[in-house]
Structure formats: C-alpha cells, structure tokens
Design a protein around this ligand. Sequence first.
Ligand SMILES: [Zn+2]
Length: 229
Amino acid sequence: MPRSELQLVRAALGEALSLMFPTACAGCDLRDVSLCDECRHLLVPQVRERDVAGLVVRSGTDFGGVPARVLRALKADGRTGLARALAPALAAAAAGWSRPDVVVVAVPTSRAAMRRRGYRVAELLARRAGLRPRRLLTTTRAVADQRGLGRGARAGNVSGSMRAARRLDGVRVLIVDDVVTTGATLAEATRALQAAGAVPVGAATVASTARRRARFDDRIGNARQIGGG
Ligand SMILES: [Zn+2]
C-alpha cells in the first residue's frame, strides 16, 4: 500500500479509536487531545549535557513534569503515537553526532519489556528522531526493574547484562536511550560496545533527571527548585 494511503488508513483508525476510547492529554489530562499545545510547547528541546563514566551524555529535556508524564504514557500505556512529540528532544540531543561515520545504537529492550509492551522504546524514539538505529546490542540476562533501586543497586543490576551482536572494531557509535537517570544503563552499554572494539562517541537521550543540573544551579547560587518526576 502506498505511503499516503497507509497514512489515511492510520488517521481513520486513530479517529475510530478515539471514539471508542476517549483520549486525554498525556501531559495534563486535558480531554479529547492526545497532547495539548501547552504540553507540546514544554517538550521543545533545551539540550543539557552531563558525564557518565567518561561518556558525554546529551539530553533534550529534563525528566520531570510534562516530559516525564509523556514518556511514561509512551512506555507504560502503549501510547506509541507520542514518540513523534518526544522525537525533537532526542534529535536535538543527537544533532552534534549525526555524521555518516557514526553508527547509532539504541539501548536494547529486555525480553520481558518486549513481551510487556510489544515495541522497543529507545529504537522507536530513535526512528522518529530521524536516526537509523542498528540492533548491535542485545541483553544477555534479565535485569530487575530499575525503578526503586538506588544508584549502587542499579549499577549492580545492569552490570554485565549486555553484549554486542558482533565485533565492532574501530566503529564509532552513538548510544541512544529514552532517559538517563543514574547512568548505569548507558555505562553498561558503553562497556559492552567497548568490549567488542567499538568506540562510543557519546550518548543521546530524550530526557535526563535533573540531579546534575540542580547541583550546577546550586553552585551558581540559584536555589530554584526543580520539580522532579
Ligand atoms: Zn496538556
């Protein structure tokens, strides 16, 4: 089916579904819209940078408030259409590395998450951001849900849980994920890629927890409170 027809069918399906299941804004619960203009505006990228185990990590927005709610709706409620609204944040974070010699690798989805959701969040976001993610990392064992685990426990939980699909000697890679919190997952992806000979040049995520930024704000004497999610 030609792309335009496919889009028409999708749009019609979306309308039919919205009649059966009334939607609400993923950011603020406003009715009959999947994402309202005000919340969409809060997803406009503002790239921030941090360091995770020597790797430069850039994120398009803070993981709090509306961006966090929209990400959760995508991950937990199956609202895959929201990936399009989150994609500009990831695209902005990845922009400095978009070169033909840099291969994009999405953080792999565990089998359990794949069973639960039926789609790969990081890969979906990367696609919507116009990147071309390659499946060069796989998970080697199940890891417990990272939520509710502290920094040390998270690192131990994911340590040794990924493996490169093949040798990648000298291949420059950009690692892509939805959110960076403690950085344990990105550190493990970096380790697995380096073990296969790859050279990670950085990581890009849609959002980042505000921890680093709060610390920076403290340093410049700005006691602004950052709402976390
Ligand atoms: Zn809204």
